[in-house]
Design a protein around this ligand. Structure first.
Ligand SMILES: NC(=O)c1ccc[n+]([C@@H]2O[C@H](COP(=O)([O-])OP(=O)(O)OC[C@H]3O[C@@H](n4cnc5c(N)ncnc54)[C@H](OP(=O)(O)O)[C@@H]3O)[C@@H](O)[C@H]2O)c1
Length: 254
C-alpha cells in the first residue's frame, strides 16, 4: 500500500489532496498545528492518522518524522502545503508577517524536506511535493514578501532536485492559482482594492481541482513544476516566454 503524508493537510488544498489520496487507497498521515482541525480530519476520514506539528520548528518536524518512519516506514509521497499569504503594500504588512511568511512558507518547506529527504534517499524512492504559487513564478504587486517566499520555494526545490538526482527521488513543486480555501478567505480580508480589482480577471479554482491536477501530474515524471488549470498553464508559459508583455500586464495601475 502507498503511504502518503500531507503537511498542512487539515484544511484547504492540503485537505483536498488528503481526501483524494484516501479515495485512491493510500495510507495517509495528515500533519498540521491545530489538534482541533486534526480531530475534524479524523472524524471525516476515519483511516487517516494525524500528528500535530508546526513546520517552523525544525526539531519538532525532525522528531515527528523519525517517529512516523519508525512506526509506519518510509513514505512513498510527502506533500507539504503549509503556508499563508498576508497581502498588503510593503510598508503596511505587519512586521510579524514579514518574518512569519518567511518562516512558514520558506523555512517550513526547508524543514520538512530536511527531515524527510534523507529517508527517501536511503530508500532510493519516493516523491516530495512542495507548494509555491503562481505568485512564485511572477512577482505580484501587493504580494512582495509572499512572492519572495514562493520564488524561494521554487529555487529550493530546483536545487534539491538536482542535488538528489542520483537517488531517483522526485521533487515536484505545486503552483496553485487563487483557490477557494479558508486561507484564501482570510487573505481576502487584507487585499488592497487595486489587488481585488486586478484579480477580477483571474480564474479561481476549487481545492479539489488543484488536488486532481496534482495527482494527475504525479502519475507522470514531468513537469517538475505543476500548475493547475489550463489557463494558468498558458499564463505560466507566457511568464517564461513573454516577460515584457507579462510585466506590463502585472503592473499596478497608475
Ligand atoms: N488558496 C490560494 O489561493 C493559494 C494560491 C497559491 C498558493 N497557495 C499556497 O497553497 C498552500 C495551501 O494554501 P491554502 O489556501 O490551502 O491554505 P489554508 O486553507 O490556510 O490551509 C493551510 C493548512 O496549513 C496548515 N498550516 C499552516 N501553518 C502551518 C504551520 N506553521 N505548520 C504546520 N501546518 C501549518 C493549516 O493547519 P493548522 O492551522 O492546523 O496548522 C492548514 O491545514 C499554501 O502554501 C499557500 O501559500 C494557496
Amino acid at each position: 500500500m502507498t503511504t502518503s503524508w500531507v503537511f498542512g493537510g487539515s484544511e484547504g488544498i492540503g485537505l483536498a489532496v488528503a481526501r483524494r489520496l484516501v479515495e485512491r487507497g493510500d495510507a495517509v498521515v495528515v500533519l498540521s498545528r491545530s489538534e482541533t482541525k486534526l480531530a475534524a480530519v479524523r472524524a471525516e476520514l476515519d483511516t487517516v492518522r494525524t500528528r500535530a506539528v508546526d513546520v517552523t520548528d525544525l526539531d519538532a518536524v525532525s522528531a515527528t518524522v523519525e517517529t512516523l518512519v519508525g512506526e509506519l516506514g518510509v513514505p512513498d509521497l510527502v506533500v507539504t502545503t503549509a503556508g499563508y499569504a498576508r497581502p498588503g503594500w510593503l510598508d503596511e504588512i505587519p512586521a510579524d508577517d514579514l518574518r512569519g511568511m518567511v518562516d512558514v512558507n520558506l523555512l517550513g518547506t526547508v524543514h520538512v524536506a530536511r527531515a524527510v529527504v534523507p529517508h527517501l534517499v536511503d530508500a532510493g524512492r519516493g516523491t516530495l511535493v512542495v507548494t509555491s504559487s503562481l505568485a512564485g513564478l511572477a512577482g505580484v504587486f501587493g504580494y512582495t514578501v509572499y512572492s519572495a517566499t514562493k520564488f524561494g520555494v521554487i529555487g529550493f526545490a530546483e536545487a534539491l532536485r538536482r542535488e538528489i538526482a542520483p537517488s531517483g527521488v522526485q521533487v515536484r513543486v505545486l503552483c496553485p492559482p487563487n483557490t477557494l480555501t479558508p486561507g484564501f478567505a482570510t487573505e481576502n480580508l487584507h487585499k488592497p482594492a487595486e489587488v481585488l480589482a486586478a484579480e477580477e480577471k483571474a480564474s479561481t479554482l476549487t481545492p479539489e481541482q488543484v488536488a486532481d491536477d496534482l495527482l494527475r501530474a504525479l502519475r507522470r515524471r514531468r513537469p517538475h513544476v505543476v500548475v493547475p488549470g489550463r489557463g494558468n498553464r498558458v499564463s505560466a508559459w507566457a511568464i517564461r516566454h513573454l516577460p515584457a508583455l507579462v510585466d506590463r500586464a502585472l503592473r499596478r495601475p497608475g
